[in-house]
Design a protein around this ligand. Sequence first.
Ligand SMILES: [Zn+2]
Ligand SMILES: [Zn+2]
Length: 222
Amino acid sequence: MCDPSKVTGSCANCGQKNIPGSGFVKSDLVRFLAVESGVRANEFVDARAEQRKSEVTEVAGPTLQCRQCVLGARDVRDTNGGFQWGTQKEIVFPTRPFGMTPSKDRFLEYVVMKVDNNESKPAHGMGIRCGWRVVEVAGCDMRGEPVEEVQKTFKDAKLPLTVLFDVPEEEWLHCMICELSFPRSRLSSSMECASCGEGPSTSVPEVDAEALMDDWEDDTDE
Ligand SMILES: [Zn+2]
Ligand SMILES: [Zn+2]
């Protein structure tokens, strides 16, 4: 187990040094100490030497970035993809299961993709909708943590459980074709995403039908 209060580190991206453990994504520290240390032995030797002196483990390496840098990269990627979050909302879950399913791999963190309508599960009734993103669980910062880590925390936590969410600026709806969800304005009037149909941002170039036919005939070898 990893106690961030006993870790200090450097960021490979911004170059900042002596960052307290709380300035990193916790699962990054755990992964770094458990796996990277074995692979990148030199770094771990240094870290141990440092630990004996001050009881603080110093970590640094090419794959370790501070939370600010991790979240900065996340925000650039999400903004480019047309995803934006505005307000935050706190929800207290009284019972399990909560009745929500996260996206598997479209986002860095736990972003709700499906909400169960079943009234015996609390999520829908408490207003949680597609696109909500987990920020804190029981006061623990979950920004930058992978979905599996958040799910594990949900499972292990005591009830009632307080969860802080980022709420999208716009309602998210599902594409009719691929069923992935997008902010409403990213879907066409026939509810198709840009890659499935003619999304609002995709302009269709004028095509000369005759020229196209010629091309097609040239390419066809019968
Ligand atoms: Zn950094
Ligand atoms: Zn689609």
